[in-house]
Design a protein around this ligand. Structure first.
Ligand SMILES: C[S@@+](CC[C@H](N)C(=O)[O-])C[C@H]1O[C@@H](n2cnc3c(N)ncnc32)[C@H](O)[C@@H]1O
Length: 511
């Protein structure tokens, strides 16, 4: 497959692996509401923040929406958008790699971008996500018009590039009926026989289908006349007769022309409303709306530059997620996608490097929890509730020589070891030395006095007594991998019990 090359690509390809693996540390005074929530706002460089999330969330994110700097060569009020072209590509490549790891098999990633980098990004995403997993390149009509100062063309649109993790697992996409179209088109109901609700009338005759002799026949109407189509009908004679008998056809006469129409109901025969396929043209939500929303939240002088309108983001989430699904935005700016996810009852993780994580995102989400009524609030009937936790990047799990930082907590090391061994996120958050079974192997971790005895000779050391205790916690007669400070079982004891012993910190390495 042809791939993109740029100066320092070799380094960019190694960046995700080489970047520091840090802990996330909560800043409780910036968190808000009930603390059992999974909703997270993280302040820091998304490269390190994404890496910190991987042991916990790999393969778990249903939808990633990102709106990275477009490289427009501008200096916006809250961030700069002026990287040399190769640097921009090197910024994106490792982050896309980490994002891919976090995406679920049936998940999708949506990336806002414009003419400056869209076509390079497409080729890069083909490489990272696989060309076969490309879903579409949306055209988002971002403004009504204007642009009198443009040198050549008035730029009316941006793109949203959309990929799935695995095209074989990506579900069919449908949207609920458009309420405006329902009101406008489905305006009839049968007073006497109203079993199916509103319907619209569609002509039964067609001139656009291929010639089919069995679709040319006369329909006898109650006054004795027989109606023939100009070319043919859409339905077979049997289906038409059934529809006549069911009162599902309407015969009308205007200026001596008789028309046969069928009733197209909003609900199908099982009572489900007719759904729509989303198109890859997004209209109706403009940059201006985002700016007004930001002004309402932060005032004229403190509004964010060019935030996305909430309606645009809710269209995306509606198309590819269900309530409680997990959404991730690693360039969250003023917090639009988190606010929308919160109002739509999705779980979310937002990451932002700048100070506006605290001056814009955090206060915005606080307002949302308190029932803020801008953006999509009225459309989704939002009245407040829920909570989020605020994090910063903390100490590194490994030092510059790759040695384990012994200050780290049990659950962090457990998640790291489990991920490094299995490439899946740790399912349990409990503080048990038993981490789980993967491919028939049971994994145990003896660390930080998990068995209640902090002395090195105690719970962190594998002895026959501790082994007995571990097997009481989880009965298992297959192979085992046990991490601990040291083992007193000796090589024959380990062999006899089918145990691979791994020593902390030497056998624990960065991802
Ligand atoms: C175009 S703005 C996003 C706007 C957002 N969609 C909204 O509606 O407010 C891009 C954001 O990415 C942030 N950003 C740039 N590089 C980053 C990095 N390495 N880690 C985290 N955030 C970053 C910038 O500070 C900026 O806020």
């Amino acid at each position: 497959m042809p791939i993109l090359h740029w100066l320092n690509k070799d380094q960019a390809v190694k960046t995700a692996k080489q970047s520091a693996y840090r802990l996330l540390e909560e800043v409780p005074e910036l968190s808000y509401g009930d603390q059992s929530t999974e909703n997270m706002l993280i302040q820091g460089d998304n490269l390190e923040a994404l890496k910190a999330l991987i042991p916990f969330y790999a393969g778990k994110v249903k939808c990633i929406y990102i709106d990275p700097p477009y490289n427009t060569k501008s200096a916006f009020e809250h961030y700069d958008d002026n990287l040399e072209h190769s640097q921009w590509l090197s910024l994106m490549y490792p982050r896309l790699e980490l994002l891919r790891e976090l995406l679920s098999e049936d998940g999708s990633i949506w990336v806002s971008i414009d003419d400056n980098e869209a076509h390079y990004l497409k080729v890069m995403m083909d490489e990272v996500f696989g060309r076969r997993n490309f879903l579409t390149s949306f055209v988002w009509k971002k403004s009504y018009g204007g642009g009198a100062k443009s040198k050549w063309f008035v730029g009316l649109h941006e793109f949203v590039l959309c990929y799935t993790k695995n095209i074989g697992s990506f579900p069919d996409m449908f949207l609920p009926p458009d309420p405006d179209a329902v009101k406008k088109y489905y305006k009839y109901t049968d007073e006497k026989f109203d079993t199916r609700g509103p319907y619209r009338l569609q002509p039964l005759a067609t001139t656009s289908m291929d010639d089919r002799p069995n679709l040319k026949y006369g329909i006898s109407i109650p006054d004795g006349r027989e109606i023939w189509p100009e070319k043919q009908w859409q339905w077979s004679k049997e289906k038409t007769q059934q529809a006549l008998a069911n009162n599902e056809l309407v015969i009308s006469e205007k200026k001596e022309k008789i028309t046969v129409s069928y009733k197209q109901y909003l609900k199908n025969i099982d009572g489900e409303e007719r759904k729509r396929k989303p198109t890859n043209l997004i209209e109706g939500h403009y940059t201006q709306h985002g700016t007004y929303e930001s002004m309402a939240l932060f005032g004229l002088s403190d509004k964010f530059s060019f935030p996305k309108p909430e309606g645009l983001i809710s269209n995306i989430f509606e198309a590819c997620t269900n309530p409680t699904d997990l959404i991730l935005d690693s360039f969250i700016g003023s917090g639009t996608s988190a606010a929308v996810a919160h109002k739509m009852n999705r779980r979310y993780i937002g990451i932002e490097l700048g100070e506006h994580a605290q001056t814009h995102c955090q206060p915005r989400l606080k307002k949302v929890v308190d029932g803020e009524q801008g953006g999509i609030s009225k459309a989704v009937n939002w009245h407040g509730g829920g909570s989020f936790r605020f994090f910063k990047l903390g100490q590194t799990v490994f030092d510059e020589y790759g040695a384990l930082n012994t200050d780290i907590k049990f659950i962090t090391l457990a998640a790291h070891i489990w991920y490094a061994e299995t490439r899946t996120p740790l399912a349990t958050k409990s503080d048990s030395p038993f981490l789980g079974i993967h491919n028939g192997k049971a994994y145990f971790l003896l660390y930080n006095g998990i068995l209640g005895d902090k002395r090195p000779q105690g719970g962190n050391v594998l002895t026959s007594k501790i082994l007995e205790h571990l097997l009481q916690i989880k009965e298992h007669d297959g192979p085992m991998v046990i991490y601990g400070e040291t083992s007193r079982l000796g090589s024959s004891g380990l062999l006899q019990n089918d145990i691979t012993f791994k020593q902390i910190p030497y056998d624990v390495s960065a991802l």
